[in-house]
Write a protein that binds this ligand. Structure first.
Ligand code: BES
Ligand code: MN
Ligand code: ZN
Length: 495
């Protein structure tokens, strides 16, 4: 989806949208358009009881006196209540409503501003919403669908198009990063194998990100026994990819670690067949890290951030690891694998350790579709946040609120540790059924030392059974917006 910025009076034969505040009548541009139409727009708005309330929509087909085939009014609600996120929703709903019928949509925003969002920021937020809504995953269809989204271009018509475009620079980068993550999550596992995923991540080099891809021989020689144990049953070899963006900021990087299980059958502890196809999305953490690195590099963030992803496929096979096997992690600690379906934590254990060894990060955040239990706790509305570092937790919670990708803090504490005791090794890889997401977080905690660390369980948010205007596809790209805002708000300082 392309976004262009033009002068406000350059409307033409594209579908056109005016955004309206509640209790303010039609905005200036729409007043003129209404006069041209001989009162057609105002009459339609009155018949539709359109008052500019948030979520309201009114569309006029073939408006009198206009080249535009459709002119739509979209409600923004009360101007004092409008913020960046509600503006994104309004921009998204324009694409949701008109996307099947218009290749180009004009957003007429001249003269529009609100107390909390100036005119250019408002234009940028509407455009970002449109971009997020304008995503579709059609690569595997050979026939065009009737309901297909056809919008290819948004033209933002502003009084200050240059400034609005500048305000949209971050939005453009974020939108692109979210698309990268969604494409990865939606891709089927027969095509998106660990090596294919690594190739995709390596494309970040074109944005100035320093890439290092570790193959199985290298992983073996440095001792990533836990990660390799998971990969053993698969015909596709494991990879670990590091992606370092040094855009300035502090000496020590922020490390972002992602679980990249390209398919999770459960391994020998095989999952039941119902819904197993969703497990192609078990690399949503790695996708979020790649998408966030894309956004951060594309907008040239003044920050030092390194992304690390552990890529494996969890398959049952004659060579697969068994329940009862004991693996030696990169940290030297041994793990008894009780359940081969608790594989994400085994992958993360080694990548978390590697991140510290290699980069001495200021803080580490991992993202993983780690447990079904977090879906029972939080549904698809929030990701679970686990951290014993108050400062880091606060920063992530705040970034969740600004980005709209919200997280909810979960408990941690010594009492949850006892479930991880093993009869034979330093620990086992599962606790009991109770508090499954918490014991999983405690397992990870054993590989983070004293580095400030947070874990985001995104099993309920990386993909969603129901789409929304802002998240129109199965794979949401969850984490890209959150991590990008976290970097902007907390790591992009000169400190
Ligand atoms: N990838 C799954 C978690 C998951 C489940 C993500 C449903 C998204 C939707 C993970 O590897 C897993 O299988 N976890 C097990 C852990 C259990 C064996 C302790 C689970 O949640 O059942
Ligand atoms: Mn699993
Ligand atoms: Zn998994």
């Amino acid at each position: 989806m392309d976004v262009h910025f033009k002068k406000s009076d350059q409307t033409g034969d594209a579908a056109r949208v005016y955004f309206c505040f509640e209790e303010q009548g039609l905005p200036p541009g729409a007043v003129t358009a209404d006069e041209t139409s001989g009162g057609h727009l105002a009459k339609a708005a009155s018949i539709a009881k359109f008052e500019g309330k948030s979520g309201q929509y009114c569309e006029v087909l073939a408006p009198n006196g206009h080249e535009a085939p459709r002119i739509a009014l979209i409600g923004l609600g009360k101007d004092g209540e409008l913020d960046g996120l509600s503006a994104q929703k309004a921009g998204a709903s324009a694409v949701q409503k008109l996307g099947k019928n218009a290749e180009t949509i004009d957003f007429v925003v001249g003269g529009l501003s609100a107390p909390k969002v100036d005119g250019n920021a408002l234009a940028a937020a509407l455009a970002l919403g449109a971009v997020l809504a304008g995503y579709s995953f059609t690569r595997y269809r050979t026939k065009e669908q009737e309901s297909a989204l056809i919008t290819k271009e948004i033209r933002v018509l502003s009084d200050t198009p240059g400034d609005a475009e500048t305000a949209f620079a971050a939005g453009r980068a974020i939108g692109a990063g979210v698309y990268v993550a969604r494409d990865l999550v939606n891709a089927p596992a027969n095509d998106l194998t660990p090596p294919a995923f690594a190739d995709k991540a390596a494309e970040l080099a074109t944005l100035g990100v320093e890439i290092n891809v570790l193959d199985e021989a290298q992983l073996e020689s440095i001792g990533m026994g836990a990660l390799l144990g998971v990969a053993r049953g698969s015909a596709h070899p494991a990879r670990v990819v590091t992606m370092h963006w040094q855009g300035g900021g502090r000496d020590k990087p922020l490390a972002l670690v992602g679980k990249g299980v390209t398919f999770d059958t459960g391994g020998i502890s095989l999952k039941p067949p119902g819904g197993m196809e969703d497990m192609k999305g078990d690399m949503g953490g790695a996708a979020a890290v790649v998408g966030a690195m894309h956004a951060i590099a594309a907008r040239k963030a003044k920050a030092n951030v390194v992304g690390l992803i552990g890529l494996v496929e969890n398959m049952p096979d004659g060579t697969a690891q068994r329940p009862g096997d004991i693996v030696t992690t990169l940290s030297g600690q041994t793990v008894e694998v009780i359940n081969t379906d608790a594989e994400g934590r085994l992958v993360l254990a080694d990548v978390l350790w590697y991140a510290q060894q290699t980069y001495e990060p200021e803080a580490i955040i991992d993202l993983a579709t780690l447990t079904g239990a977090i879906i029972i706790s939080l549904g698809h509305e929030h990701a679970g946040l686990f951290s014993d570092d108050e400062g880091l937790a606060e920063k992530i919670l705040a970034a969740g609120l600004t980005s709209g990708e919200t997280v909810w803090r979960q408990p941690m504490g010594k009492a949850y540790e006892k479930g991880l005791k093993s009869k034979f090794a330093d620990m086992k890889n599962v606790g009991g059924r109770a508090a499954g997401s918490v014991t999983a977080a405690h397992f990870l905690r054993r590989f983070t030392n004293d580095v400030p660390w947070a874990h985001l369980d995104i099993a309920g948010t990386a993909w969603k059974p129901e789409t929304t205007a802002l998240d129109p596809s199965w794979g949401t790209g969850f984490g890209v917006r959150l991590l990008d805002r976290l970097v902007a708000q907390a790591y992009e300082t000169d400190g």
